[in-house]
Design a protein around this ligand. Structure first.
Ligand SMILES: Cc1cc2nc3c(=O)[nH]c(=O)nc-3n(C[C@H](O)[C@H](O)[C@H](O)COP(=O)(O)O)c2cc1C
Length: 200
């Protein structure tokens, strides 16, 4: 593991729910000694211009570089659920990672996903699976949420065994419930602990 090991929390968020979840995952990562969270986002994409975003985002986490992904000890990847799949900006970023795949830079590192959706049964679990697929191609080890996390049973909104989730409703409500917060933090903590174990 590098001198300053970190879990990369990589996300795209248009309306703020995923950005809010990322903060709670980071909190979970930072409860584990010997590793810290690095929070990064991906820029938007556009079909009609070559420059879709300024070099630095107007607000929030910096944009992620490929080197930051290559050097992570673990990865938490967050996306809104768009038609049951990850959002295009995140997929666009992942589609630029062929060199990491060729060199095996992500093999045996733990990974997880987190998502937000406006409806309860609008594809949260499918979206998490869509993030899992390319990361398995990279040789990463997917870590969901075990049911020992009691919030998985008590939640009346987001939260799945495949990864943390948030029910934002049609109002794009970015306020997470206590159960959703607990599951985000548990997810971050789990990836951090696995990152330390797997890098030994
Ligand atoms: C193009 C598009 C597709 C969407 N598809 C779905 C969907 O299939 N199911 C759903 O529940 N919500 C869907 N949504 C709503 C978002 O998943 C939801 O607003 C999410 O909380 C946004 O996250 P953010 O606040 O981080 O941007 C969609 C939104 C957009 C813009």
């Amino acid at each position: 593991m590098s001198a300053n090991p970190y879990v990369l929390i990589l996300f795209y968020s248009r309306h703020g729910s995923i950005a809010e979840m990322a903060k709670h995952l980071a909190r979970g990562v930072n409860t584990v000694n010997g590793i810290e969270a690095k929070v990064r986002q991906v820029p938007d994409v556009a079909s009609t211009t070559t420059l879709a975003a300024p070099a630095l985002p107007d607000e929030g986490a910096p944009y992620c570089t490929l080197e930051e992904l290559a050097d992570c000890a673990g990865l938490a990847m967050g996306s809104p659920s768009y038609f049951g799949s990850m959002a295009a900006p995140l997929k666009h970023f992942i589609d630029q990672t062929s060199t990491l795949w060729l060199t095996g830079r992500l093999i045996n590192k733990p990974a997880c996903g987190f998502t937000s959706a406006s409806t309860m049964h609008g594809g949260q679990e499918q979206c998490l699976h869509s993030m899992m697929t390319p990361l398995i191609h990279h040789g990463m080890i997917w870590a969901g949420l075990p049911y020992k996390n009691k919030a998985l049973i008590s939640t009346l909104s987001g939260g799945t065994p495949y990864g943390a989730s948030h029910l934002a409703n049609s109002t794009n409500d970015t306020n997470l419930t206590e159960d959703e917060k607990a599951l985000c933090e548990a997810q971050g903590k789990r990836i951090a602990e696995l990152a330390i174990k797997l890098s030994k």
